[in-house]
Design a protein around this ligand. Structure first.
Ligand SMILES: Nc1nc2c(ncn2[C@@H]2O[C@H](COP(=O)(O)OP(=O)(O)OP(=O)(O)O)[C@@H](O)[C@H]2O)c(=O)[nH]1
Ligand SMILES: [Mg+2]
Ligand SMILES: [Zn+2]
Length: 298
């Protein structure tokens, strides 16, 4: 059977250009119809050929979509995910607010998430580990490894965790996302940048989102993504923010049903903060996010 048209999976996206994997496993360059580029990596699409290339006619309904909403634009990461792997490391040190934002976006999108702390071969890893303590305490799974220092151990930890699922690898620039993809998918050849190059010149930094199959049978997928700096959460309504943070949500026995947990008397969240049951940093991030999402018009 030849793939003259039909169903496909978006495995790469760059502006209005898409790589669509057809039913027989071929990859084909496709364009979106019209001005809007609606498809994202992970989308199931209907397409038809135009010469050697193709046109996407329709995007099938999505199971989920992970995206960020900055002040002026919305940026989709990927669709139809089974899970999110947030990759962090101590060199360069990840910003905790970025981790929090990724976890909130995943929770709101209904996508289970876990954290991988990479580069534990470096002495700075202790500080990163400490920073993750509140996340472990609220039930977030954290896997520690060194993709370069002990690749075999890293692979053994990751493989069962990824098996049979589609996983988006997300994290700030330089954490090792492409290194992880290359370890798990030897044929991937994802571009890995040396830290100095990545941060100083942008070279070798991943700029597109790409779907890779891990092993035979097209059952397990890993998705490499560009590192992010901003991670806007303006899709979240202010009142939804606290409930999306499990450590705060556990203490929302407040006097007022519409408590903002910022200044009201009888606030269970602030009481827990004073007792040391909520991390001061997490609460500060909540304040920062609350201000940010409150400046959005609803
Ligand atoms: N010390 C150490 N360095 C590592 C480890 N894993 C990756 N690196 C290095 O970290 C740097 C960044 O790795 P990448 O895989 O390019 O990071 P990335 O997350 O894909 O970065 P962007 O594409 O810019 O988002 C490279 O120089 C890697 O060699 C590790 O376990 N230990
Ligand atoms: Mg990369
Ligand atoms: Zn409150």
């Amino acid at each position: 059977m030849s793939s003259t048209s039909g169903n496909g999976l978006v495995v790469g996206a760059h502006g209005r250009h898409f790589i669509v994997e057809t039913a027989d496993g071929q990859r084909r360059l496709c364009h979106s119809r019209g001005k809007k580029s609606e498809a994202v990596v992970g989308d199931r699409v209907q397409w038809q050929p135009t010469g050697d290339e193709g046109v996407i006619d329709r995007v099938e309904p999505r199971r989920n979509l992970l995206f960020r909403q900055d002040e002026w634009r919305s940026k989709s990461f990927a669709a139809n995910l089974d899970q999110l792997l947030v990759l962090v490391a101590a060199e360069p040190m990840y910003a905790e607010t970025q981790l929090t934002r990724a976890l909130i976006a995943a929770t709101q999108a209904g996508i289970p998430a876990f954290v991988v702390l990479n580069k534990i071969d470096l002495p700075q890893a202790a500080a990163a580990r400490e920073r993750l303590a509140p996340y472990r305490a609220m039930g977030v799974e954290v896997i520690e490894l060194s993709l370069k220092g002990d690749a075999a151990a890293a692979e053994a930890l990751l493989r069962p965790r990824l098996q049979g699922r589609s996983t988006l690898v997300l994290g700030p620039s330089g954490m090792g996302k492409s290194t992880l993809i290359n370890l798990m998918v030897p044929a991937a050849a994802a571009q890995v940048g040396e830290i100095s190059l990545a941060l100083n010149t942008g070279r070798h930094t991943t700029t597109t989102t790409t779907w890779y199959w891990l092993g035979e049978g097209r059952q397990t997928a890993l998705i490499d993504s560009p590192g992010f700096q901003n991670f806007g959460l303006r899709q979240v309504a202010p009142a939804d923010l606290g409930p999306l943070m499990p450590d705060l949500a556990a203490h929302m026995d407040c006097r007022f049903y519409n408590c903002s947990h910022l200044h009201e008397p009888g606030c269970g969240v602030r009481a827990a903060l004073e007792r040391g049951e909520i991390s001061a940093t997490r609460y500060r991030i909540y304040q920062e996010l609350f201000a940010e999402v409150s400046s959005t018009k609803w």
